[in-house]
Write a protein of this length. Structure first.
Length: 127
């Protein structure tokens, strides 16, 4: 996210998803700077070391199927995790969850694609 187009695309998407950074957790327990859905929490936990440490310390698992969606969402909504999870989604998560429909969204940002192109398919459906 270290160039202007990438940063702009990321900030614009995060601002949109969070209602101007006013809401890092939605009523359906989606959380973070892109409102990641609970069914994506496990993969994020498995791949983001800091989130894994927090979830394992707090819950002993990465699996939100344990009835801990709201508590896990509260953690992801914390600023130290909200943006880290969103960057993970841009780089890896969307590609893994959406089976090659989406790639590393940083490259789409380099081409000037935004929320109405790839982000509409790769962020909004799961945010």
């Amino acid at each position: 996210m270290a160039c202007p187009l990438r940063a702009c695309a990321f900030i614009a998407q995060a601002r949109h998803a969070t209602d101007g950074f006013l809401s890092l957790k939605a009523s359906n327990n989606a959380a973070g700077a892109i409102h990641l859905q609970p069914f994506n929490f496990k993969l994020a936990c498995e791949q983001i070391p800091e989130l894994n440490t927090k979830f394992m310390t707090q819950f002993g698992t990465c699996d939100p199927g344990t009835g801990k969606n709201s508590e896990m969402a509260n953690i992801i909504a914390q600023p130290e995790f909200a943006f880290r999870v969103a960057v993970w989604w841009f780089i890896k998560g969307s590609r893994q969850m959406l089976n090659e429909v989406c790639g590393d969204l940083r490259f789409d940002s380099d081409c000037g694609l935004g929320a109405f192109q790839m982000y509409g398919r790769c962020v909004l459906p799961l945010s």
